[in-house]
Design a binder for this molecule. Structure first.
Ligand code: SF4
Ligand code: SF4
Length: 318
């Protein structure tokens, strides 16, 4: 007889579990962020979610420097990736990380008394995640909420995600995912069977512009979405565009998106999410460069005008 108890439990790479979220689907929700993404959108506000591996971060604002501390410099790094510029008598003697040498092993983290060094990404089992999510179940019942799994691109860990969603259903928890849908169709087929609500991006409709801003063109995304609408007629799909002035805040994009969505009755809404620069600081913690310095949030008039087009398409005017 096959002994299931000997099987290793499925583990996923989790970035964060956020409680009491109100913008990731209906009601009060717990959002589980999985690490790893298959796009490289220049405006990404979660750069710590991009790579499908744990990553070291260094918050220089919390580092008290070599003279007062310097514990991380005392042979804790096997790669000699931690250094200071000049001596401990300099006014700025905070440590720096040589990101080309760092292997994200995390060995320096216990040495840091101020939590200036920390790791993004932790392996967790399905039950570990669900035990934490289930703590909020009274709020789900009251508000019509549930669990939303986001990223990164949550569908890049399809087996773990499918097991997590199925496990949530077994515990009576409503499920949603946030996805850009740039994954093999097999992944989506496996995952969507266990999802109640699919919140999916349509960042740009033009393939060339999509490639320029997100790193890949949108051919696979569009094919996947169309197939998903048709294969899962009972699932609810909500499309969303992160609206960025000068990138996609034009009527042409909104109307082209509506033309793509509207033939499908299970696409119940299309939302515009105004661009913000909340994630900018995290680029520095990871030794990365933020390329959207000159971009601003969309102005309220543009937002209102574009939302009116969507409302009209969904029959919500008057
Ligand atoms: S994570 Fe590892 S390799 Fe990177 S700085 Fe810390 S100890 Fe060195
Ligand atoms: S251990 Fe932490 S606080 Fe101390 S020097 Fe290193 S990074 Fe800065």
């Amino acid at each position: 007889m096959h002994d299931n108890s000997l099987k290793e439990p499925l583990r996923g790479l989790i970035l964060n579990i956020q409680h009491f979220c109100t913008h990731d689907g209906p009601g009060i929700r717990t959002t589980v962020f999985l690490k790893g993404c298959s796009l490289r959108c220049k405006w990404c506000s979660n750069p710590e979610s991009i790579h499908l591996k744990p990553e070291l971060a260094h918050n220089a604002g919390k580092c008290i420097g070599e003279k007062q501390c310097g514990f991380c410099l005392k042979n804790v790094c096997p790669e000699s990736a931690i250094y200071v510029v000049g001596s401990g008598d300099r006014p700025d003697d905070k440590v720096r990380i040589n990101w080309d040498l760092c292997t994200n092993c995390g060995k320096c983290i216990p040495a840091c008394p101020t939590n200036a060094l920390y790791l993004f990404g932790e392996e967790m089992s399905v039950d570990q995640v669900l035990d934490e999510v289930e703590q909020d179940s009274a709020f789900y019942r009251e508000s019509g909420g549930g669990m939303t799994v986001s990223g990164g691109e949550c569908q890049l860990q399809p087996d773990f995600l499918a097991a997590l969603l199925a496990g949530a259903h077994e515990r009576g928890i409503n499920t949603a995912i946030e996805t850009a849908s740039n994954v093999p169709w097999d992944f989506m087929e496996k995952v969507l069977a266990h999802v109640d609500i699919v919140l999916h991006d349509i960042k740009l409709t033009d393939p060339e512009r999509h490639k320029k801003w997100c790193g890949v063109d949108n051919t696979r995304i569009r094919a996947n979405l169309k197939r998903a609408y048709e294969t899962f007629p009972d699932k609810k799909f909500i499309a969303r565009t992160p609206l960025i002035p000068g990138v996609n805040d034009d009527e042409e994009h909104i109307r082209a998106t509506l033309a793509f969505l509207k033939p499908h009755k299970n696409v119940t809404d299309y939302e515009l999410l105004p661009y913000h620069r909340f994630g900018e600081g995290k680029y520095e913690f990871l030794g990365a460069i933020y390329e959207m310095q000159d971009f601003t949030s969309p102005d309220p008039e543009t937002l209102k005008r574009l939302r009116a087009i969507i409302d009209e398409a969904f029959g919500r005017n008057g």
